[in-house]
Structure formats: structure tokens, C-alpha cells
Design a protein around this ligand. Sequence first.
Ligand code: SF4
Ligand code: SF4
Ligand code: FES
Length: 502
Amino acid sequence: MAKITINGVEQAVEDGLYLIEAARRCGVDIPHYCYHPGLPVEGNCRMCSVEVEGIPKLQTACTTIVQDGMVVITDSEKVVGERSDVMEFLLRNHPIDCPICDQAGECGLQDYYMEHGLHDSRITVSEKVKKKKRVDLGPNVVLDSERCILCTRCVRFCKDVVGTEELVIKNRSNHAEITTFPGKGLVNPYALNTVDICPVGALTSRKFRFQCRVWYMKNATSICPGCERGCNIWIDHHENKIQRLRPRLNPDVNNYWMCDEGRLDFHWINDDRVLRAEGPDGLMRPDEADRAVLALLSNPGDVLIVASPRSTNESLFALKRFVEVALPGAALTGGSFRPTGDDDGFLRLPDKNPNSRGMREIGIAGDLENRLNGSAGVVLVFENDLLGDRPDLESVLAGKKVVAFTSNRTATARGADLVVPVTTYAELNGSFTNHAGLRQEFRSAIRPPGDSRSVFDVVKSLSGLLGKELGWESETALTKEMTDVITGWGVRVEEETELHAG
Ligand code: SF4
Ligand code: SF4
Ligand code: FES
């Protein structure tokens, strides 16, 4: 540990930390643009300049490593004056775009101008250097060159995090601009992280730009269901619709990042939802749907229940208990026919289900294909689009009574005899267990649409109709029993701890 004095207060900090990070851990926020804790330091914006006793010139806190006995001042007249000058310099050619800029409300320039700038501009609008306003850098990212402050976070992300090096700065001085190499685009599968870390409104997401003002959105902690990595995310939502997903810091899983595929995979939660139960005679209330399901369960030996590695641990645990307590004799299996991908050596993993390991550890077997080909005449399919993933199974299911418990109008739902709406992960408190055995909890972000119910509520209701009790008053009680029974599941709910990242 090193003892340093920040603004007159002596503090013990870890050896080897950059001053900006040491100060943050001591509760002193040093303003910064180019520094990002997930990137190598570069020290180009000078916003983090501080006084270090014994050194005549101001030092950049993001490139200075703490030394024992260091005395640092972050709020002297000299430091405050330097920050204001840096702000004036950065804003010299910045366009007056705030009213139409997507970054407004979460912009490093807006925030720091109010905190550290408040200067009057010495130039007129017509004197500003004009640059391109809408440059398609790649399929997902749009650049507004005038807004860029040349912090190089995006350049370093591509070079040092992904290793694809698509972005560079061309030209010098007022004419310097972010660009790609001629004929190349920003096409790496993690490109949208550059939008998160861009501290201003220079990089925007093609899908999100102009969709929703950030101050309208609320957010919830969640886990990406796109693969078995289980990247930690924020769900940003407005008026019960998901507007965007963003990565949430978890150094043990995804650090500050997530892939574009996972990030953009949420429209199915907003759209094409099953809102009411449907049977051969039309729409049904939930109680009518449950009685219709019950009518198919008179011979448990003829019933196959199909679970999904896309379901939460809580849903799977409830389903297993339902079969044991209320429907002994029925067969329970689980698995997925979702096409697998590649392990790209960074975040994306081959299994595109978020909870395969959880399903295995709960004890639901994965001999799905054999079971489907078996003699069961009634198949209850929970959150599993069997026919969407394997259209050839149509003939296998054709002779059976199929009930689809589903959030969306999947191919399986279209071919089912009975469709019962259930919630998505975004409408649930629950957990997934990732490929490494980490059980990660998430919170519901939005309200379930229509008559959608959790699997827990569905099987609780069915058990009641069968005259059986699952034994839990609430999902909290279920979670407690589940985590008592299945040992070795660490739980981590990481809160946001990153520095101003844009
Ligand atoms: S586009 Fe954004 S992240 Fe990239 S250099 Fe400019 S301001 Fe920095
Ligand atoms: S790597 Fe997997 S878990 Fe992470 S964002 Fe991509 S799809 Fe989601
Ligand atoms: S120079 Fe330190 S944050 Fe930019």
C-alpha cells in the first residue's frame, strides 16, 4: 500500500494504481475524457490534470502512478483554471447540437461544461470548423465527426480490446478525424461498445439513434440470454418497452463489454408477443387455459414435459417440482436445438442458451430428441421453439397434443393445440447459471404484457387444480430452497462501479 495525501487528506491506496483510479477509490472524482478503466491509458485530453507537490507543471492523473508520500491537489485555482481552459479548447469547434444529439442527458461535454467550464465562447458559430455529420462507419455505428473530441477511446477499443484495429485518426490539428481504412468498415462483432465508451455524441448506434431521450428511460440490472457467457447488462426501458441493452461491469464475466449480437437481440420482447391463451375454440382466460391443460393430464404416463435452457433456474426448479409432486409418472426432459456458434476467444460462446448449465445442475436430463420420438401423446413445451429450430420435427409432433407455454408466436406456438403466454426473462426476477457455474441474478425490467405469467405461477396454478402443493408460498422461498439444495452456486449481482464512461 502507498500513503498519499489528496486535497489535504492522507489515504492508503494500492500500489501501482493510476492516480485517477486511486483518487476515485478515495471518493475524489477527477474529470476525464480519454481515460477509461477498460482501456490502456493515453493521456491525450488533459482534462484530468492535477497538481503533484514537487513537480512544477500539472500532471495528468490518468498516466501518473501513485507513489508513497505523494501529495496531490485536485481542486486548486491552477487545476480549476486548467480544466476550464481544456473545456474551452474541446468545445471550440464543437457544434451546437445538444437539442438534436442522442448523447444529450448522458454527455461528458454537457456534464463537465456545467461543472468545470461555464466559460463564454470566444468564437462565433460561423468560425467553427465543419466536418461530416453522418458517416456510416459500419453496419451498426454512425459517426458525427464534428462532435468528436479525439479522445481515441474508440480507436483503442478496436486495437487493444478486440484486436481488429479498424479505426484510426487521419489528418492533423483542427482537421483531425476518426475514420476507417479505405474500403474497410467498423465491422467487428463488438463494435457497439465504441458507442458506450464514446464520451460525447460522436458515435451513435444506428438502431438506437433518435429512438428515445435518455432521461425518459429507467434501467434494470439483467443478464444477456444470448449465450452461455451471461454478460451482465442494463436493460434501459421506457413505457414498458425495451429501448436498448448496455453492458454492465463484471470483471469476472464480461468486464465492460458485450457483443453486438446479444445487445441487439431484444426486439422479440417488445414485439409479436402472445397476449392471451389460445385453443381450438379461440382466446381463453388464464383459468380456462389451465383447465384445458388439466384435461390433457389425466394419464401422466402419456405426458412429456419439455424444459428449456433458455428458462431461468427458478422456472426450471419449479417445473421439476411440479412433475415430482403433481404429475408423477410424467416424463421431464430438457434441451435445445438452437444452432450453436463459435467460441471467438473473447466473449461469445458456442451454446446460444443462457442456462444450459443451470438446467443440468437442477437435474433435468437432455435426451430431448429420443423423448420426442417416444410414445408420449401429450407434450407440454415450456419456452422452447422446437419447430423453429428443427422444422423436421413437425411430423414427430403431428400426432401428439402439443401445449406451447411461450412468450412469442414461434413456429412451435403456431403448430400447437393450445398456446399459453408466459413471461420473458425481462419481466422476471430470476437467475441464469453461466458456463462457468456462476449463478447470476437479474431483476424484472418491464411488466408482463397481457395474460403472460411466470412458469412458476403457471405450474403453481396447475398443481392447485391437481390438488397438490409445490411447497412454496413465493418465488423467494423457491429461490432459498433451490440455492440451499444446489450447492456451489456463487451469486453475484454487480452494481455499476465504472468511472464516467460516456
Ligand atoms: S469518436 Fe468518440 S470515442 Fe472516438 S475519438 Fe471521437 S470522441 Fe473519442
Ligand atoms: S457474449 Fe453471449 S452473453 Fe455476452 S452479450 Fe454476447 S450473446 Fe450475450
Ligand atoms: S489525459 Fe487524463 S483523462 Fe485524458
